[in-house]
Design a protein around this ligand. Structure first.
Ligand SMILES: [Zn+2]
Length: 129
């Protein structure tokens, strides 16, 4: 399994993007941001009045129940995208023959806990430790 950029969505607005779409995504640590959100956040942080207003009111405070409900699946999709990315990185480490013990140490968990959390997708039985 290799790390892919296809099938990603913006972690901020949920729009699908990346290769094969008209929506470029910029990613880091599993989170992805589309150009529209990047432009919006860039404008926000460079406009002191808007930035101050954004700090005073959390977005959910002005959202209707329907808007909160519509956002909930986007939050879960973003979380699942990040978890999938973590699996890809663990798969990369395993392809490089990094041991489950080392992966566990990096995550602050036991070798067994790391294996139980991440081995299921790749079919890795931990035979190489
Ligand atoms: Zn976006």
């Amino acid at each position: 399994m290799s790390i892919t950029r296809e099938g990603r969505t913006c972690s901020f607005c949920g729009v699908p993007g990346g290769p094969g779409t008209d929506v470029p995504l910029i990613g880091g640590l599993g989170a992805q941001i589309c150009v529209g959100c990047l432009d919006e956040f860039h404008a926000l942080v460079h406009d002191e009045e808007r930035a101050a207003a954004a700090r005073r009111t959390m977005p959910w405070e002005t959202m209707s129940d329907a808007e909160v409900l519509a956002t909930l699946p986007l939050i879960l999709a973003s979380a699942e995208q990040n978890l999938h990315f973590a699996h890809e990185w663990v798969d990369l480490l395993r392809e490089r023959k990094v041991s489950w013990a080392e992966i566990g140490r990096a995550l602050g968990v036991s070798r067994q806990a790391a294996w139980e959390r991440f081995a299921r997708k790749s079919g890795d039985n931990g035979a190489t430790a």
